[in-house]
Write a protein that binds this ligand. Structure first.
Ligand SMILES: C[S@@+](CC[C@H](N)C(=O)[O-])C[C@H]1O[C@@H](n2cnc3c(N)ncnc32)[C@H](O)[C@@H]1O
Length: 238
C-alpha cells in the first residue's frame, strides 16, 4: 500500500462514527485461501465470539496462568508457544480475519487445545477482563505508526498502558518486541516512566532476545531489512 493510500485509510478510519476512539490498527480485507476457509468450519471451536467477558472461563482449566497476545498476525509463533507450554492458557486477539483463520488452522492441525483466538480490538477485550487476571500480555512487532501524526495509535503509550497494568496480575509481565528502533526507544521511555512496572533487563536496557519466543513473520521481515530486534519485559510490581 502506498503512503497516500495509507493516509487516506487512516482519515477514513478517523471519520467512522463506530470508531470514536483512536484505534491502534487498520482493518485490511484479504480473501481467505482454501485451508483458511476450511479451518473456520473445522476448528471454529477455537474462536471466541466477542463479547467474551472473562477469557479464563473459556478453558477447561481456568485456573492456569493466562497469556494474552495482542495482534498475533498469522499466528504461527503463538501456536508454537501454546504447544510448548501446555500448562498455560493462551488467547490471541487480532482484527485480521485471514490471520485468525490461519492461526486456527495451524492450531487445529497441531492438536493445540490451550489456545483460543478472537476477532476484536484488544483494548475492548482487556476492558472486559477482571483486574489482576492476566499473567502475561505479549505484543510482538506492533504497527510502528512511523509518522508523527500517527503516534497516537501506538499501542505502547501512557493512554493504553494503565489498562494493561490494571489487568495484569501482580508479578505478571508485559512483553513487547519491535524491529523499529524509534519505537523501541519510545517503548523504553514510556514503560520506564510507569511506576507499577519494572524493567527486568535493568533500567535503560532491552531484554536479551528470549530463545523461547519463536520468530514472527514481521520479525523475519525486519531482520531481512537489516533492523535490530529489541525485546522488553516489564514486571508488574504494584
Ligand atoms: C505489524 S503486525 C505484527 C503481527 C505479528 N505479531 C508478527 O510479528 O508477525 C501487527 C498486528 O497487530 C494487529 N493489531 C493492532 N492493534 C490491534 C488491536 N488493538 N487489537 C487486535 N489486533 C491489533 C494488526 O491487525 C496487525 O495484524
Amino acid at each position: 500500500m502506498s503512503n497516500d493510500q495509507l493516509d487516506q485509510q487512516v482519515v477514513e478510519l478517523d471519520n467512522l462514527s463506530e470508531h470514536r476512539e483512536i484505534v491502534t490498527f487498520m482493518r485490511r480485507s484479504a480473501p481467505l485461501n482454501t485451508s483458511q476457509r476450511t479451518a473456520l468450519e473445522q476448528y471454529g471451536h477455537l474462536i471466541l465470539e466477542y463479547p467474551v467477558g472473562d477469557l479464563r472461563q473459556h478453558f477447561e482449566h481456568p485456573e492456569r496462568p493466562l497469556t494474552v497476545e495482542i495482534g498475533f498476525g498469522m499466528g504461527r509463533s503463538l501456536v508454537l508457544m501454546a504447544k510448548a507450554n501446555p500448562e498455560r492458557n493462551f488467547v490471541g486477539i487480532e482484527v485480521h480475519v485471514p490471520g485468525i483463520a490461519q492461526c486456527v488452522y495451524e492450531a487445529g492441525m497441531a492438536g493445540v487445545t490451550n489456545l483460543r483466538v478472537l476477532d476484536a480490538d484488544a483494548i475492548q477485550v482487556l476492558r472486559e477482563m477482571p483486574d489482576n487476571s492476566i499473567n502475561t500480555v505479549q505484543l510482538y512487532f506492533p504497527d510502528p505508526w512511523q509518522k508523527k501524526r500517527h503516534f497516537k495509535r501506538r499501542f505502547v503509550s501512557h493512554d493504553r498502558m494503565p489498562l494493561v497494568e490494571q489487568k495484569l496480575e501482580l508479578g505478571g509481565t508485559f512483553h513487547a518486541a519491535t524491529d523499529w528502533e524509534p519505537y523501541a526507544e519510545w517503548m523504553l521511555e514510556v514503560l520506564e516512566e510507569r511506576p507499577r512496572l519494572e524493567n527486568l533487563a535493568g533500567k535503560g536496557n532491552s531484554y536479551p532476545r528470549p530463545e523461547w519466543r519463536p520468530q514472527t513473520k514481521f520479525e523475519r521481515r525486519g531482520i531481512e531489512a537489516g533492523h535490530k530486534i529489541n525485546d522488553f519485559i516489564f514486571k508488574k510490581i504494584s
